[in-house]
Design a protein around this ligand. Structure first.
Ligand code: M6R
Length: 596
């Protein structure tokens, strides 16, 4: 993972720090910066968040070239020695790297034999030393030939002490370049760094290299040949990056959900997207596979339920890292749907490449239209949630479900020759959610703040919501929350239940209510403290005693999973804050997981 940035021009250090803050979602274990100063490389780095580095900077306005990095640790602990930039042992070359160098051990042993001294446990430190030890004459040839020795994934930005230039390389990890409106040059792991500063940008592709000077960008292939590239227009970024009156991005992003649904309904009513959907002829597919990781996997499971409801072909969902390594029966009649907020998650991306290779039609549901997945897939459907900064995915998850709902309505209209219509329902959902209040959750925060374990049960879509609620709780509160199918209770995990256990029961599907309430009673009679989450107020309250309730408003059953997940997003947020955890940056995690 990690975020990298490079800059040439005025106020170099300040521009690098500002960009690093925008990349913080990619990791926040350590941060560092290198700039060229009086013909030397000047490197400052520190463990912990970017603000620590920000506080250490004494100069911010040099007119020079520099690189900076925010780290999510893969190889080596999160300490100052392993923080980037890493310099060659003669201190004349400095690099920042995002990715994993798989053959670093053999490269390192070779370099040690050649007299190189290493100061970190990282895989990245081999890179500046390979360049240093290269026998080529020009720096560009040294740089490209060193990168050609690397196996694995990398986006690299490199400085050498004698030139005001940036050298870039890319394989599997994203890297973008832009000449800013002010005439200065910038490269970064994400185009959000160019936001409101540029009109267009270049995307470096796998196996390509670039050299950026004060006023020129030159692209090369791996055989040192100069290549030409087209730039892309920088689109508008929806929703502000600012926190406004909110304390955390997680809170802000949950509160944005009604607006996002409204926005999504409008965008999908446009001619452009309606045509894309109508052209996706469901009759040409004999099976559908849906793939994602983490929360996006839970949205995939929800997609499976929604689509299977109307389709006669088999629909199945997979965790991307499992999909890649199990035998898949895929051919040109298979539709593979990939779900990813970032569009860069390594396992989902590799699964997408595999599906393309096997001849499937691929569809990506993503929040990042300039992402690698969006570029590779045959069809792209946007989630229109605006930038999601908090590590815990909330509004993007809801929008992913909305897109599956629209797909369901689209396929239903094709199969049953009905009118294709989703707008009104999504609009109504947005209004309903706008009017919900969640203050009642404060009493549950008090009740649960000392718990180390929580149980969830549910059936069908409610089981998926339970799994997603548990993931949110684990991520931002570190409570060990686990969900089980309601029917599985007596097949083993009932043994864990005693009088101090708290169990949430989600029941939003009427045809399953009675069965789920039976499981609730089994747990309740063993002493579990039950919190029932349902919209079936009258029926449930007459059937259950000694139970606390979270009553949900009634809505279309297809979209109830959205109504039922928001209280858990808020509960996780509130519990996190009550425990003095920063919900936007939970320990050990990063927003975008670009390593396998
Ligand atoms: O960017 P993606 O949607 O592909 O990310 C997938 C997961 O890494 C992500 O959903 C993760 O589980 C979130 N932190 C959950 O809140």
């Amino acid at each position: 993972m990690c975020g990298i940035v490079g800059f040439i021009g005025n106020n170099c250090e300040q521009n690098l720090i500002d960009a690093l803050y925008k990349l913080e979602y990619r990791g926040y274990d350590s941060a560092g910066i290198s700039v060229i100063k009086d013909g030397k490389i000047d490197t400052i780095k520190t463990a912990g968040e970017i603000k620590n580095l920000d506080e250490m900077l004494t100069t911010r306005n040099s007119n020079t070239a520099g690189i900076a990095h925010t780290r999510w640790a893969t190889h080596g602990a999160s300490n100052v020695f392993n923080a980037h930039p890493h310099n060659s042992c003669n201190n004349k070359i400095s690099i920042v790297h995002n990715g994993i160098i798989e053959n670093y051990i053999e490269l390192k042993q070779d370099l040690i034999k050649k007299g190189v001294v290493f100061y970190s446990e990282t895989d990245s430190e081999v890179i500046p030393n390979l360049i240093y030890k290269s026998n080529n004459k020009s720096f560009i040839k040294k740089f490209i030939s060193a990168c050609n020795l690397l196996n694995g994934s990398y986006a690299i930005a490199c400085l050498n002490s004698t030139e005001k230039k940036l050298y870039l390389a890319k394989n599997k990890s994203p890297l973008y370049i832009s000449k800013l409106n002010t005439g200065e040059m910038m490269c970064a792991s994400d185009i959000i760094c160019f936001e409101s500063k540029a009109v267009d940008y270049y995307t470096l592709e796998d196996g390509e290299f670039a050299v950026i000077s004060k006023d020129n960008i030159r692209f090369y292939n791996s055989s040192f040949k100069i290549i030409k590239k087209q730039s892309s227009k920088l689109g508008k970024f929806d929703f502000s990056f600012e926190l406004g009156n909110f304390s955390h991005y997680m809170e802000k992003e949950i509160c944005e959900i009604p607006k996002c649904i409204d926005n999504l309904a409008r965008i999908y009513s446009s001619k452009n997207l309606t045509e894309i959907l109508i052209n996706l002829n469901i009759n040409s597919f004999n099976k559908i596979k849906i793939i994602g990781c983490g929360t996006a996997y839970h949205a995939s499971c929800m997609g499976e339920k929604l689509l299977q409801d109307v389709l006669k072909v088999d629909v199945s969902s997979f965790v991307a890292s499992e999909f890649r390594y199990s035998k898949q029966l895929i051919d040109n009649s298979t539709l593979c749907i990939f779900v990813s907020q970032s569009g860069e998650t390594a396992d989902t991306l590799e699964a997408l490449k595999l599906a393309i290779e096997l001849g499937a039609t691929t569809l990506v549901i993503t929040n990042t239209m300039h992402s690698t997945m969006a570029k590779l897939a045959h069809v792209v459907l946007p989630t229109c949630a605006g930038v999601e900064k908090s590590v815990a995915s909330t509004k993007a998850y809801v929008c992913q479900i909305c897109v599956f709902y629209i797909l369901k309505r689209c396929f239903d209209s094709q199969i049953n020759k009905k009118c294709f219509d989703f707008y009104e329902n999504l609009e109504n959902l947005s209004v309903l959610l706008k009017n919900q209040k969640y203050d009642y959750l404060d009493s549950f925060v008090k009740l649960l703040s000392d718990e180390n374990e929580l149980y969830f049960i549910g059936r069908d879509k409610d089981l998926i919501s339970s799994n997603e609620a548990c993931l949110k709780l684990k991520e931002v509160t570190y409570i060990n929350a686990n969900a089980y199918p309601a029917g599985e209770l007596k097949h083993g995990f009932l043994a864990l239940i005693n009088q101090s256990s708290y169990m949430f029961v989600i029941a939003t599907e009427h045809h399953l209510l009675e069965k789920t309430l039976n499981a609730l009673k089994e747990a309740s009679s063993r002493g579990a403290n039950i919190i029932l989450v349902t919209q079936f107020k009258n029926e449930a309250s007459s059937m259950c005693e000694n139970v606390k309730f979270i009553y949900l408003p009634c809505f279309d059953e297809d979209l109830m999973s959205i109504v039922s997940i928001i209280p858990f997003q808020f509960l996780s947020y509130k519990l996190s804050v009550s425990k003095n955890i920063n919900p936007d940056k939970p320990r050990n995690l990063a927003k975008s997981v670009t390593v396998e």
